[in-house]
Ligand binder design. Structure first.
Ligand SMILES: Nc1ncnc2c1ncn2[C@@H]1O[C@H](COP(=O)(O)OP(=O)(O)OP(=O)(O)O)[C@@H](O)[C@H]1O
Ligand SMILES: [Mg+2]
Length: 419
């Protein structure tokens, strides 16, 4: 008998929790036949040894863009290895994937330049990698072309979350034209861009649209039935038999359809969180109440994450509102928010913005739904002024947790007396 451990649960719900992790690539992709067929057609020329095509994939978050891409590129590599064993004229294929999210450690925006550097480093051995600053852009592109030419054959470049490069789409213009512009001669580049940001697609320069968007693959959102099918498949290998019911699966699917516009990621996360709650509670079966609790937990985490995604001054403002709110002084006027914000910013070693500079961030936070603003009109004498407080989705605890997560620590302040 193993010793009784405090880490042991009464009952286990999960057979293999990894199947519900974000980075798990499912063996079978369900409910994506149409777009998969189009995608296969884009990749076929590579398998046949013909010049590769370019494609742009778009669709909401959690609809399978990354999963389908990983699935098909793995299969393409496997099939080419097999084909090469039987044929005299082997096909050379290198697939390079870069996720354009978080390429910079400093929180500044990702640019085409940084993607080019990431590609160079992806193709070089660790000892020859380059730093993320200090090179002229043309020097970086020429290093990249050298690496690609050295490889030869087909080089399929996949840029996931490519919308992160923002307004400067140089790299999307450069790569598909590299051979025509005689930057490389031994290799052929195929480029696949992936994005969940519709405005990015419409704002691409016409020349980029011509090449990259040669083929556009739209990934539609899943409906509740499709999400149920996907969940059933995952649950069968992730959970023990008899630990979940059809109702639990249906509820996860319904919530993900209704609240997260058909995201498979959300549906899977709900199921996993519900399973964890059940297990921690010593239950042998996941209940619908567990799923509702899971939904609340995930929403809490999502809000904390979106606070950590804001720029520093917006975070200081949120911290200021948190302090005011704790001292029961919200809704607060801009002047008062600014006074507290100045303390917060200084406490974190930053130069506070002027009231006017801060005001722009403040209204943006209201626009983004973090804060609510009230318009007060006290007639001719008092004039018109705005007051701000947290929206229903935000509270001091979430802001404090975001600061902890960012490793900033949560500073408490002695609030000044109201003047
Ligand atoms: N058709 C499917 N069959 C099985 N699992 C799927 C399917 N579609 C998505 N998933 C799973 O759902 C999760 C989210 O999918 P994925 O990461 O591919 O979304 P995405 O479209 O790339 O989203 P984002 O734009 O946020 O990056 C992953 O765990 C993935 O394995
Ligand atoms: Mg993705």
């Amino acid at each position: 008998m193993p010793p009784d451990s405090i880490f042991e649960d009464e009952a286990e719900v999960f057979r293999n929790i990894e199947v519900l992790e974000e980075d798990y690539t499912p063996d079978t992709i369900l409910c994506r036949d149409d777009v998969m067929n189009e995608y296969i057609n884009v990749l076929k020329p590579i398998y046949k040894g013909r010049p590769p095509q370019n494609a742009f994939l778009y669709g909401d978050t959690g609809v399978g863009k990354t999963a389908v891409t990983n699935h098909l590129t793995n299969q393409l590599e496997r099939d080419i290895v097999q084909k090469n064993e039987e044929e005299d004229d082997p096909i050379e294929l290198t697939i390079v994937k870069v996720n354009c999210q978080n390429l910079t450690s400093t929180g500044e925006e990702t640019s085409s330049y940084q993607v080019a550097i990431a590609l160079v480093n992806e193709l070089r051995p660790p000892k020859d990698m380059i730093a993320s600053t200090g090179y002229a852009p043309q020097a970086v592109y020429s290093m990249l072309y050298d690496e690609i030419d050295e490889l030869g054959g087909t080089v399929l470049i996949i840029l996931d979350e490519v919308d992160r490069i923002g307004g400067d789409d140089t790299i999307l213009y450069e790569l598909p034209r590299a051979r025509a512009n005689e930057k490389i001669e031994n290799a052929r580049i195929g480029l696949v861009g992936i994005s969940n940001d519709y405005t990015f697609r419409t704002n691409l320069s016409p020349k980029v649209k011509d090449t990259l968007c040669e083929t556009e693959l739209k990934f539609p959102a899943y409906n509740a039935n499709q999400l149920r099918e996907i969940l059933h498949d995952r649950a069968a290998s992730a959970l023990h038999d008899g630990t979940y019911t059809e109702d639990v699966i249906a509820l996860c699917a319904a919530l993900a359809t209704r609240e997260s516009s058909g995201s498979a990621r959300k549906a899977i996360n709900l199921l996993r969180r519900a399973g964890e709650i059940a297990e921690n509670d010593g239950q042998t079966e996941i209940t619908e109440a567990n799923v509702h609790q899971a939904k609340d937990d995930l929403e809490y985490g999502d809000m904390v994450d979106s606070i950590t995604d804001q720029d520093a001054h917006k975070q200081y403002i949120l911290a200021a509102v948190a302090h005011l709110s704790k001292a029961d002084r919200t809704p607060a006027r801009v002047k008062e928010v600014h006074r507290t914000y100045e303390h917060v910013a200084s406490a974190y070693g930053a130069d506070p913005l002027s009231q006017r500079g801060m005001y722009n961030h403040l209204t943006k936070l209201a626009m983004l739904g973090f804060l609510t603003s009230h318009d007060n009109n006290e007639g001719i004498k008092g004039g018109q002024y705005y007051e701000f407080e947290f929206s229903d989705e935000v509270d001091s605890k979430k802001v404090a947790e975001a600061f902890e997560q960012m490793g900033l620590g949560w500073q408490t302040f002695q609030m000044q007396k109201r003047l």
